[in-house]
Design a binder for this molecule. Structure first.
Ligand code: HEM
Length: 188
């Protein structure tokens, strides 16, 4: 899979209206009203941008063959018309996490925390895309993006709640939870 760069721009205009924004752990981000996503690097920061977060899609680090196939069989695409709810959850993990070896991280991520096993139960209701940003010198290690229909909002809360109680999340040192509704801003 070729990696692709995405920019998430918090400001006063965009396709997604922010309905809730809060720091789960660590420093927050400046509150904004709208989010716009660009699927390539952009040369000029929009004048109303309050912040820009960038990340790239990448190859799987932890996913095993059977999991990869189970995910491919069930995961929906983004931009489904009924999926008008979204969450952008930027996350950073601690130095203790990054100092672990790959096999130790996989054990915590899946054998202990059941990230994939549990997450699979929420497919195809929830569409997702993971962006990596640690190597870009960004303020977060990951930008996680999810889209779901209003009818699946409770299920999404249940999933997030499960993950936040997991062993993996003991290594999360910064997390901001931004919830959005798809909504074109009105032209003035
Ligand atoms: C919708 C169900 C979900 C599924 C099926 C799922 C699946 C996955 C998979 C397969 C990976 C590993 C990719 C790799 O091999 O490198 C991953 C990574 C990750 N996911 Fe999820 N996930 C789900 C929900 C969530 C949620 C709700 C959050 C945040 C609250 C989240 C945060 C992350 C993070 C931060 C990583 C990167 C972990 C790391 O590399 O250290 N995921 N997810």
């Amino acid at each position: 899979m070729a990696s692709q760069l995405f920019s998430f721009i918090g400001g006063d205009s965009g396709d997604w209206r922010v309905v809730k924004m809060n720091a789960v752990v660590g420093a927050t981000l400046e509150t904004v009203n709208y989010l716009q996503i660009f699927d390539e690097d952009f040369a000029v920061t929009p004048p109303d941008a309050h912040w820009v977060l960038r990340g790239t899609t990448s190859y799987g680090r932890y996913v095993e063959r059977a999991e990869k196939e189970a995910l491919s069989a069930r995961q929906p695409t983004l931009n489904r018309p009924e999926a008008v709810c979204a969450a952008l959850i930027p996350i950073s993990k601690s130095e203790a996490w990054w100092n672990l070896a790959q096999d130790e991280r996989r054990k915590i991520f899946e054998e202990q925390s059941k990230h994939i096993e549990f997450g699979l139960k929420y497919l195809p209701a929830i569409a997702r895309r993971l962006h990596h940003c640690r190597d870009l010198g960004e303020p977060f290690d990951f930008l996680t993006w999810f889209e779901y229909a209003p009818a699946d909002a409770d299920a999404f809360e249940e999933l997030v709640d499960f993950l936040r109680r997991s062993e993996e999340w003991r290594y999360v040192e910064r997390e901001v939870d931004i919830r959005l509704i798809r909504e074109q801003t009105q032209p003035i």
